[in-house]
Write a protein that binds this ligand. Structure first.
Ligand code: KG4
Ligand code: ZN
Length: 351
């Protein structure tokens, strides 16, 4: 089946054409990072407005790159949630309009199931059941994927998502937005063994995550380094405490904190992912979402899983971050099973 996928849950406007759930004919992503950078995070109202501006050209480009006409589309899948309501509604309205005009079946897709199914676009050897770890800006969750329609959450973050923690810590360190790739760059080659930051919920049975204590520990380090007290800041605010003009000493300290933070997040993700795979008797662990682009995470995950005879697999970088090919891949499974939606379905901010 030739499926058009549409994704607009956060700050990427994306459309893709995928054949039979596995062959990508086009995968167009318009990133809004430039719109949100100056605010240090995604501004929902600006995101919705930008989606409205670019959704039609992005879909047109996806059809053009796939070298097909709209009439050749056999099914449509669109992200229904979780995400920002205003952003989701733009993609959903476009998808419903096309479904109505072209008389093609439409289904609403769970964005996180989309992340999990991105791996099927590149690997034919993934077998059910597997354990999936979705680590993105909005989510950090573990799934037991018993089959295409048996997907259960077995662990989730109790506060911040891992990507959100990367973004907030980068802001605190005065490094910019989005934080993941910048922290990775500053942490590269730095030995942070001398600075131990907390790794929450590591002892005991829980497969849940918590990153807010780690974020606060970073804040304390920054305050100590700059000689400022958090009391001088607005409570709960995370304004950059480190100024753009850094001395070499401060720069080195920032790099040490970045490396210690990254290694704490990586340790937790690796330990919990492998614990889940072992507990559920799964030989394969699929790691996806924006944070899965992190090289330190990839390296440690490969090293540790090799020791425990578990195969860890990551989608390639463009399929780790938000894209519409993963939405089309998931939609293909739903549509082939006859699970289309009526045109009156709503966006879901939580799912
Ligand atoms: O999956 P994604 O593109 O969007 C959401 O659904 O949230 O993930 C975006 C998140 C951001 O928080 C970003 O900082 C993080 O992924 N990220 C990274 C890296 N690249 C992106 N985190 C750590 N290391 C990276 N290299
Ligand atoms: Zn995502």
């Amino acid at each position: 089946m030739l499926v058009l996928g549409i994704e607009s849950s956060c700050d990427e406007t994306a459309a893709a054409v995928v054949q039979d759930g596995s062959h990508i004919l086009s995968n167009v992503v318009f990133s809004q990072i430039d719109v949100h950078r100056e605010f240090g995070g995604v501004v929902p109202e600006l995101a919705s407005r930008k989606h409205i501006e670019v959704i039609a050209p992005v879909i047109t480009q996806a059809l053009k790159q796939a070298d097909i006409t709209p009439r050749q589309v056999e099914g449509i899948g669109v992200t229904r949630g979780p995400g920002l309501i205003g952003s989701l509604l733009v993609g959903i309205a476009a998808a419903k309009g096309m479904s109505l005009a072209l008389h093609r079946p439409l289904c609403g897709v769970n964005h996180l199931h989309g992340h999990l199914f991105a791996i099927f676009l590149e690997r034919r050897d993934i077998r059910f059941p597997f354990v999936g770890l979705v680590v993105s800006g909005g989510h950090t969750s573990l799934y037991h994927v018993k089959g295409p329609f048996e997907i259960s959450v077995i662990g989730r973050t109790r506060d911040d998502a891992a990507g959100e923690a990367f973004d907030k810590v980068a802001k605190l360190l005065g490094l910019g937005y989005p934080g993941g790739a910048i922290i990775e760059k500053h942490a590269h080659g730095v030995d942070a063994a001398g600075l131990q930051l907390p790794r929450a919920l590591m002892n005991g049975d829980s497969l849940d995550f918590s990153f807010s204590g780690l974020k606060t520990a970073v804040l304390r380090q920054v305050e100590e380094m700059c000689g400022v007290s958090r009391r001088t800041e607005r409570p709960g605010s995370f304004h950059p405490l480190v100024s753009a003009k850094m001395t070499t000493d401060v720069r080195n300290r920032v790099r040490t904190i970045a490396a210690a933070f990254q290694s704490a997040v990586v340790d937790v993700l690796v330990a919990k992912g492998l614990k889940a795979a072992e507990r559920y008797g799964c030989g394969q662990l699929v790691v996806c979402g924006g944070v899965a682009a992190n090289s330190a995470l990839r390296e440690k995950m490969f090293a540790e899983s090799g020791r425990r005879h578990i195969e860890t697999v990551f989608p390639s970088m463009p399929l780790c971050t938000d894209n519409a090919a993963m939405i089309a891949a998931r939609a293909d499974v739903l549509l082939e099973a006859g699970l289309m939606d009526a045109l009156d379905f709503d966006a879901k901010s939580r799912w």
